[in-house]
Write a protein that binds this ligand. Structure first.
Ligand SMILES: NC(=O)C1=CN([C@@H]2O[C@H](COP(=O)(O)OP(=O)(O)OC[C@H]3O[C@@H](n4cnc5c(N)ncnc54)[C@H](OP(=O)(O)O)[C@@H]3O)[C@@H](O)[C@H]2O)C=CC1
Ligand SMILES: CC(=O)[C@@H](O)[C@H](O)COP(=O)(O)O
Ligand SMILES: [Mn+2]
Length: 385
């Protein structure tokens, strides 16, 4: 029986993870669940999964949880980043699912790495802002890191477990192109948050949905892949594949390509990582190859998707530039979702912050977190000016 912590339990990845756990009560039990704004949903999850610990962001949220909790189940309630980090390191936790959105998940993921846990990582911003430091902690403390992001999970499934880089030429990361793939570039100025959050294939949280629409999601994933698989920028190619059936590919020096295919349902990569190296069943629909009419592939147009170019540039520049990329994007996406800026201003904001902010050398997670806050403040000022 494995004891599982789900950080970001109230989100889309949280839903899929808990659905699998509910199907396998003989294999998994929930040790802890975290929420941020959806305290009422956390109360419902508490009744269903009986966690020993819940984590909420503030003292007020703790009081709200106590007030709403009519379940007869009384978990220990922890608060804030300290509560998350303490839980990540608890002896009772075997598997830590990192599914908080944004750099807000960095400290707890890092705490899990330092505690040598099995980490199932959806929260790609951890590797974007602090890839080298996080991977060093994983290695130094004997943690096991398994990618949940569908593309990285696909690549992980295609690479040999021994000597994964031997004979590898490159990886090919597939991208849907998002909801605006066929819009004219001029029309992008007027798209709404509702349109941007309607991903053609996947059902996901709002922030990652906007990232998919700008294709910064693919840029973040390129940086994520660099750190996960220890690759050079030249070994990472992005190809648009609108059907999101091939989740990514690896190409070897003899010209062979291996791909992982499946429905666009996160229960597939999550179940793979939860059970690794075994495989388990879950509730996603079965895949019917004969129902596919065609699979298309095309190179991304960087004029339509400037965020993808910016991510490649930041990756080549280093860890500080990647923190600027990520933090300015988080603020800009929130600004877009709040109706403060236009869709096209997301890329303009990131580009402007990358050119204005001199990235320092960042040699600890604390330094990354301080710099991340500085970039956020500067981006807020820029958007307000
Ligand atoms: N959804 C998907 O299919 C995929 C997601 N990912 C990645 O997984 C992560 C989660 O995505 P997704 O589930 O879609 O996002 P959601 O927005 O659906 O969920 C985000 C979760 O994080 C919590 N949260 C938000 N802000 C904070 C904060 N400041 N501190 C602590 N917790 C916070 C939310 O709590 P609350 O809801 O209570 O406010 C929620 O539980 C992202 O990094 C995303 O890029 C990667 C691949 C696929
Ligand atoms: C499910 C998943 O892993 C997302 O990151 C997804 O890949 C987003 O789709 P895009 O290819 O449109 O970015
Ligand atoms: Mn992905």
């Amino acid at each position: 029986m494995k004891s599982v912590v789900v950080f970001g339990a109230t989100g889309s990845i949280g839903d899929s993870t808990l659905d699998i756990i509910a199907s396998h009560p003989d294999r998994y039990k929930v040790y802890a669940l975290s929420a941020f704004s959806r305290v009422e949903k956390l109360v419902g999850l508490t009744a269903k999964f009986l966690p020993a610990v819940v984590i909420v962001p503030t003292q007020e949220a703790k009081e709200e949880f106590i007030r709403l909790n009519n379940t007869g189940v009384f978990p220990e309630i922890r608060v804030g980043q300290d509560g998350l980090c303490k839980t990540a390191q608890d002896e009772q936790a075997d598997i830590v699912v990192c599914a908080i959105v944004g750099a807000a998940g960095l400290a707890s993921a890092y705490a899990a790495a330092k505690a040598g846990k099995t980490i199932l990582l959806a929260n790609k911003e951890v590797l974007v802002t602090a890839g080298e430091l996080f991977m060093n902690a994983v290695r130094a403390h004997g943690a096991t890191l398994l990618p949940l992001d569908s593309e990285h999970n696909a690549i992980f499934q295609c690479l040999p477990s021994q000597n994964p880089k031997q004979h590898l030429e490159k990886i090919i990361v597939t991208a849907s192109g998002g909801p605006f793939r066929q819009f004219s570039v001029d029309a992008l100025e007027h798209v709404t948050p509702e349109q941007a959050c309607k991903h053609p294939n996947w059902s996901m949280g709002r922030k990652i949905s906007v990232d998919s629409a700008t294709m910064l999601n693919k840029g973040l994933e390129v940086i994520e892949a660099k750190w996960l698989f220890d690759l050079s920028p030249e070994q990472i190619e992005v190809v648009i594949h609108p059907q999101s059936i091939i989740h990514s590919m690896v190409q070897f020096i003899d010209g062979s390509l291996l791909a992982q295919l499946g429905h666009h349902d996160m229960r597939i990569p999550i179940s793979y990582s939860l059970a690794y190296p075994e495989r388990i069943t879950h509730n996603a629909a079965k895949f019917d190859l004969s129902a596919l009419s065609q699979l298309d592939f095309m190179p991304p147009d960087l004029t339509r998707y400037p965020c993808l170019r910016l991510a490649f540039e930041a990756m080549k520049e280093g860890i500080g530039a990647c923190t600027v990329l990520n933090a300015s994007n988080e603020i800009a996406v929130q600004g877009f979702l709040d109706g403060q800026i236009k869709f096209t201003q997301i890329a303009q904001t990131i580009e402007s912050m990358l050119s204005k902010i001199q990235a320092p050398t960042l040699s600890s997670i604390d330094e990354v977190l301080v710099f991340d806050q500085e970039v956020r403040a500067k981006t807020q000022d820029y958007l307000a000016s």
